[in-house]
Design a binder for this molecule. Sequence first.
Ligand SMILES: [Zn+2]
Length: 339
Amino acid sequence: MHSGLKMHVDPQVIRAFYLYLIKNTEIVLKLPYMNIKHIDRSDIVLSLLLVCMLAATGYFGYQTLTLKKELATFSDETKRTVTDKDQKLAEAHKTITQLEDTLDDIRDDLEDLEDDYRKEKNKNEDFEDQIRKIAGTVGDLDKLSKTDKELLQKYSKVYFLNENYIPSDIEEIDEEYILPGKNAQFFHGDALPFLEDMIEDAARDDIDLKVISAYRSFDYQNALKGQFTQVYGEGANTFSADQGYSEHQLGTTVDLTDPATGGTYTSFADTEAYAWLLKNAHKHGFTLSYPEGNNFYIFEPWHWRFVGEDLAEHLYDENIHFYDMDQREIDEYLIKIFD
Ligand SMILES: [Zn+2]
């Protein structure tokens, strides 16, 4: 690229300069052989000066050439470096693109993994749900197996309760809830809190409820029916259940009255206490077994049976009675009887 030294000087001047240079160089070369006296002193000085100039021109010319070469070399190197850098940059770009591709692949893989994980998690959750449902069913079955099935069976004339049946847990009712003058009375241990709550709830409304009779064993009912039959003959069947057919044998049924009425009389139906029971007994799980016009016994306004709050509520809401319901429908309430 570089074309060396370029001098745009008139050739005539160069020729004159060379001639002059040759002449003076001759003088300098001839100096040792010449008689110093014949030489003009100024010529010698001028010749030396010219030689120095020549040397200087050569030196600076050489320096300029060297610099130009170095510059050219540097320029080449720079170009090479730039090219190298461009190549490296291009390679770096390529590497980055490849890395980005790899990253995309990894991201895709990760998304697939996440999908798989989510699916697996959902599967596990479904499985856990199933286990929980099975556990719940097992729990219900266990609870049901421990609940006395007789407690929600229909007992009256056509339905018979085994003579050996005795409630699982019988507790004495506190004396304060018993009609004065009556014997100690017993009730099913799990239903007793509901009975006490009901009597206390009534007391808050100034209603004085008292228990006349609660749990009656098969033998007791047998003896009682015997007494009634002796006195009333066949007529006893209309108001007294035979042994094994009485709800009282369950331990969850109670005859209630107020002290003013003082006994199991139909006139109890005219009292405020009875009106209160019709309105509130269901809240405590009690229902009237033998309402007016029932197919089994005479109207027994005093005779209340514990069937659990849910079932009592249902009977109240539907305005139906326990014996109107289908046994299978009743059985659905058994599991919750003491809840
Ligand atoms: Zn009764």
